[in-house]
Design a protein around this ligand. Structure first.
Ligand code: 13P
Ligand code: SF4
Length: 314
């Protein structure tokens, strides 16, 4: 089948099955271009909660599919490749997190959305990088908080809010990999360029960045800025929307260490392809299933996050 035929068949199947395609900014460009909605992890959860479609094909990683299923249990949720995981979610096994929480009684548990449903079931409030600051600030200043699993995001939020949250020791394999040396070289080559960084990046990068934010925040900042050049320290998939919305501006991907590649890609996000998307819609597999006992516990902290986000217009 040619690419054009795959795209045509996806459109036919979507209509026939009343399906919706939701895609994260890190998906390959072809998937972003045919999706009904492209967004960050908060926006994907908000869409999954409100869609009237019978089927959601979540083009992202496994925890994003799980979040959609937790919020919309009556819908069938598919992801193009069931093996599309997340190094952050994997760095935080539920049994070890449960022990950590148990060993630190009296703490409110905040988990990044990049976690399994089982970890969310142990959590009081879920956050994404878009709303983490607002969620933490919604709690009293003296509240004892556990934050997991991303220590870079946790450390950054501690700095922004003046809190002293206890951090789980996890990182994202993509954002931990940026090369400071290569970024310094790029800044020398392009002295006018602003550095934009996702808060999953290490502290030394966040401290030198001109803007720190989630994928949607980075995109918005670049669109509203009157500058013309940007070095982008997050997964390179976001450059597609940045370039689409700002054809006159230049976006330079920040390079990783230990690689000759100019950009940094999430191996998991890139497991999804247009063809796998077509097959998942056609064959209605692989499907996301969650034990109801876990789902009922996991939905509460996600709903708390959505309420706080709505209050802040996020
Ligand atoms: P966003 O919530 O900013 O889209 O980030 C998701 C993610 O996986 C970052 O690595
Ligand atoms: Fe997970 Fe990192 Fe990939 Fe985001 S970029 S999905 S945090 S592994």
């Amino acid at each position: 089948m040619t690419k054009a035929e795959i795209i045509q068949n996806i459109a036919l199947l979507k209509k026939e099955k009343n399906a919706i395609i939701l895609a994260h900014y890190y998906q390959e460009s072809d998937i972003q271009d045919i999706a009904d909605f492209v967004g960050d992890s908060l926006a994907l959860a908000q869409w999954a909660a409100k869609t009237t479609a019978d089927i959601i094909v979540l083009c992202g990683v496994h925890f994003m599919g799980e979040t959609a299923k937790i919020l919309s249990p009556e819908k069938r949720v598919f992801i193009p490749d069931l093996m599309a995981g997340c190094s952050l979610a994997e760095s935080c096994p539920a049994d070890e997190f449960e022990k950590f929480v148990h060993d630190h009684p009296g703490h409110t548990v905040i988990s990044y959305v990049n976690t399994t449903a089982a970890v969310k079931a142990l959590t009081d409030i879920v956050v994404t990088s878009t709303n983490a600051k607002q969620v933490v600030e919604s709690l009293p200043a003296d509240e004892k908080i556990i934050f997991g699993p991303d220590k870079n995001l946790g450390d950054y939020i501690n700095k922004l809010t003046g809190r002293n949250m206890l951090l789980w020791d996890g990182v994202c394999h993509v954002h931990a990999q940026f090369s400071l040396e290569k970024i310094m070289d790029l800044k020398k080559e392009h002295p006018e360029a602003l550095l934009l960084a996702h808060p999953e990046c290490p502290k030394y990068l966040l401290e030198m960045a001109d803007h720190v934010g989630s994928t949607s925040s980075i995109l918005k900042f670049a669109t509203l800025s009157d500058k013309k050049q940007f070095i982008v320290a997050t997964e390179a998939g976001i450059l597609h929307q940045m370039q689409k919305e700002n054809p006159e501006k230049e976006f330079i991907p920040a390079p990783p260490e230990d690689s000759t590649c100019a950009c940094n890609e999430c191996f998991y996000m890139k497991m999804n392809t247009l063809e796998k998307l077509y097959l998942s819609l056609k064959n209605e597999t692989p499907e996301i299933f969650i034990e109801e006992r876990i789902r009922l516990k996991a939905v509460k902290p996600i709903e708390r996050m959505l309420e706080i986000s709505a209050r802040h217009g996020l």
